[in-house]
Ligand binder design. Sequence first.
Ligand code: ASP
Length: 289
Amino acid sequence: MSNWALALHGGAGPLRAASYAREEAYLADLLKQGAQALNAGEASLDVAVRLVAALEASGHHIAGKGAAANADGEYELDAAVMDGAARKAGAVAALRGFLSPIAVARAVMDCTPHVLLVGLGAEAFAAAQGCERVGDPASYYQPIITRPVAPGELAHGTVGAVVRDNAGRLACATSTGGLLNKTPGRVGDTPIIGAGIWADERVAVCCTGQGEMFLRANVAADVSARMAYGGQSVHAAAAGALADMAALGGDGGLIAVDAAGNITMPFVSEGMKRGCITQAGRFEVKTVR
Ligand code: ASP
């Protein structure tokens, strides 16, 4: 069974007027690296986690090194991973002081009977696992956006990957700094299984956008439900789930891949940094329409 497929996103916050050439070049490079790994038979789960870790380290997006501080000037990060074939998941929320939140989320999935660890407990777990720490947060983090945020504004960013491997296994991974200037302790959709991320035997989905609306619409799992109960294609299901979220007044987008390797990357925001590559020959990297 071949037909691998991979999509990445770098968040749905971009503005039409800005240039994202640097981010697009990096996404294109990562897509090619992922293609090589999938061609070589690597598992979707490993590819998804590795590419999200690279996006965290790149500092190009509001995740990992590029994350924005909360209202207290602290960096509280969220991440999640889901293995569709095993229907296993791991996530961390409001994690402080570790280089790769997605690595900690993977360890939660692999090494505990739990799905989600938060705050101090997540940090103690990450330390016990030997996960790499951030030295001095003030010098490690290089927020890509530092502008003041208007009261009530939900300015945001995230990174994500959805993958189908040559064995037909679906997986996804995502990591975020969340909202700019967020209230300490605020957690969005990204580490919430079903809202920001979902993978099963039908589809793998990663969302990005105003997390509060994605939570209220339970977007990621809704894509799978529309496919299962409504017989919809991945394209129709993703568009429908996103429209339901948009009707609440939110903005954002998602990337999804189905069991046949079809990819969809809809968004209702001004732009979404995104790209995909498939064994069938599709290759694209775009930010705005
Ligand atoms: N959904 C993320 C959050 O609300 C932010 C984003 O995807 O841009 O934390």
